[in-house]
Design a protein around this ligand. Structure first.
Ligand code: ASP
Length: 305
């Protein structure tokens, strides 16, 4: 049996009052999410199940900008993106501009399992969700007071330029290595707050918001989606690992601190390699993250490097 490992994140960003107030809640949720995924791996379940379970837990937790508690876009509603990938056979699924689906990652998983199309968006994704019978919720379920207050403040007080400059991250991601040596990755987000209607972020894009390949690594990116898209963030880490002359930590550091050293915005990566080593790198003030493996108890960090 190979080493088993899980690493998760809840977004890379600068400090906010909301984070300060909810520090313990964040720590507890990160710990629980990593442990839920790890328990599945201990019972011999695939990495794919583990990352889906970790993300589902965080989508249900209102502290994170994914599922319940998603950011509100410029028209005043929630529009979610998610993706999931199996490193064993490169099957993947993703959803964009999604509304009403309680757990976007579960819909992405159904697309992966069907193994036909990869990305479904908007109305079509919602029809597919109804056809598959996944759980839907009213709009009010997703919108929570802290996101609503932020939306109202921005709408009433800021110019479009100021609105564009203010970002609200908190996207979630998970990577895992299972006992059979298979890797998987998944991401989910409500996007950046006040984003334009129709904007799709990196979390819906395979090779950007998430990527997994048993020959290289499993990776998730977070931060300003547009920066991650421009630098094909997750796929780039995978390519560096395929070339074989960097550790997973060096590959993540390279993408964040060298390739993107002049990036004007937040970027963060979590990754795991086929041996269960974890890489984590970010350029923001903090990154919500946790990791656990068969030779190490769960570690949770937010501010500490
Ligand atoms: N990357 C996400 C997006 O741009 C936001 C985040 O990671 O917090 O949609």
């Amino acid at each position: 049996m190979s080493k088993i490992t899980v690493a998760i994140h809840g977004g890379a960003r600068d400090e906010t009052e909301f984070i300060r107030k909810n520090l313990n809640g964040y720590k507890q949720a990160l710990k629980e999410s990593a442990q839920i995924a790890f328990e599945l791996l201990k019972r011999g379940k695939p990495a794919l199940d583990a990352v889906e379970a970790a993300i589902t837990f965080m989508e249900d937790n209102m502290l994170f900008n994914a599922g319940r508690g998603s950011a509100i876009n410029s028209l005043g509603y929630v529009s979610m993106d998610s993706s999931i990938m199996d490193g064993k056979d490169l099957r993947c699924g993703s959803v964009a501009l999604l509304q009403k689906v309680k757990n976007p990652v579960q819909l992405a998983r159904l697309i992966l399992e069907e193994n036909h199309h990869i990305l479904l968006a908007g109305e079509g994704a919602l029809s597919y969700a109804k056809y598959k019978g996944v759980r839907l919720e009213e709009d009010a379920y997703f919108i929570l007071p802290h996101q609503y207050d932020m939306f109202m403040e921005r709408r009433d007080k800021l110019t479009q330029k100021e609105q564009d400059a203010l970002k609200n991250h908190g996207t979630v991601g998970a990577v895992a290595l299972d006992a059979k040596g298979n890797l998987a990755a998944a991401s989910s987000t409500g996007g950046t707050s006040f984003n334009r209607n129709g904007r799709v972020g990196d979390a819906a894009m395979i090779g950007v918001g998430c990527y997994a390949n048993n020959n290289s690594c499993a990776v998730c990116a977070t931060g300003d989606g547009e920066l991650n898209i421009r630098s094909i963030a997750s796929g780039y880490v995978s390519v560096l690992m395929e070339q074989g002359n960097m550790s997973i930590q060096q590959a993540c550091d390279y993408v964040i601190h060298q390739k993107n050293k002049n990036a004007k915005g937040d970027m963060g990566l979590i990754a795991v390699d086929p041996k269960g080593n974890v890489g984590i790198s970010y350029n923001s003030q903090l990154m919500h993250r946790a990791w656990i493996s068969s030779d190490q108890e769960v570690i949770v960090k937010i501010h500490e490097k």
